[in-house]
Structure formats: C-alpha cells, structure tokens
Design a binder for this molecule. Structure first.
Ligand code: S3P
Length: 169
C-alpha cells in the first residue's frame, strides 16, 4: 500500500519549518499548508507578525487552532506550523493523526538564524529573554507531541528534507 504523505512540522521559530515544508511538499507533489500564512490571511493582515500584534496573543492562538482544525482534514499534505502551536493543549489531539516531526535546533543556532535583519520585526523577538524562556518551556511539549525528531542545528534545509524522506519514505 502506498503510504499517504501526512506530515506536520513542529518546532521553534527559526527551526526551518516553512522552508523545509515547502521543499518537501514540492518533492512529494503534495500541497504545502503553512499555518502562519493562513492565520495572516484570516486576520486580514500582511504578515503573521502583524496578525499576532493586531489580534493579541490569546485571539491569535484561538485563530491558529481554528485554522489547524480545518487543515488537518487534508488527505495528504505537508503542514508547516507556527512555533506556538504547542501552547494550546487541545492542538495536540488535532494533529495526532499526522506524522509529526520536531525540527529541533539548539537555542544558539535558533538565535543565530533569527538575528538576520528580515526577522528583526518578529513580535516575540522584541523580548529576547522571554523568547529564550518560551523555547525552554516548549521543548518538552515539542518532544511529547513528536513522532520523530531531527536535530537541524547544523543542517541546511535540503539535508533536513533528505532526512525526512528517509524517515517517511
Ligand atoms: C510564533 C511563531 C511564529 C508565528 C507567530 C508566533 C510563536 O511562527 O506563528 O509569530 O509563538 O513561536 P514561526 O514559528 O513559523 O516563525
């Protein structure tokens, strides 16, 4: 039987979820669904950062959960989630039918990637200590939700895609 490609990528900001998801979906010929993009569209905002700021965190999380509940109905897809998807506990049940791959990276690697100018406006990065604390708080949740974990700290997106290909086949 041909295995259906239903893969969700989870992990902190800067772990490569969107880039890897796009590459993987195009390699497999399945849709790529990015929760950040959909949340921004539903919120009527130009970017996910604008949506987060405009809605406030509680309403943002609620919209993100609504989006997730809808997209997990897909037959086949690669889903790139927002880093905070593990915050509302109910999201775990929604994603449970999906192969859930945690793209781990050490905090130093994450902060290095996020120091690029294009990330400067991200709302959660305005408080570096708070972002680091969220990283530590979320780590056990990513691990509890994941069916697989890849350490991406020293890997390029193409190498991560290869590793997922080997896992999922
Ligand atoms: C968030 C991560 C962002 C985005 C929003 C909140 C978070 O997504 O959903 O700014 O709480 O970690 P990425 O992880 O795709 O950057």
């Amino acid at each position: 039987m041909v295995q259906r490609k239903r893969v969700a990528l989870i992990g902190f900001m800067g772990s490569g979820k969107s880039t890897v998801g796009r590459l993987l979906a195009s390699e497999w010929g399945v849709p790529h669904i990015d929760t950040d993009t959909l949340v921004a569209v539903h919120a009527g905002q130009q970017s996910v950062g604008d949506a987060f700021t405009a809605l406030g965190e509680a309403a943002f999380r609620s919209l993100e959960s609504t989006v997730l509940a809808d997209i997990v109905k897909a037959d086949e897809a690669v889903i790139s989630t927002g880093g905070g998807i593990v915050e509302p506990p109910g999201n775990q049940q929604l994603i449970s039918g999906w192969r859930t791959i945690f793209l781990f990276a050490h905090l130093e690697a994450i902060m290095g990637r996020l120091s690029a100018p294009e990330h400067a406006a991200r709302p959660l990065l305005q408080d570096a200590a708070g972002a680091a604390q969220r990283y530590r708080d979320r780590l056990p949740r990513y691990r509890a939700w994941a069916t697989d974990e890849i350490d991406t700290s020293a890997l390029a997106a193409e190498e991560i895609v290869k590793k997922i290909g080997l896992l999922v086949g």
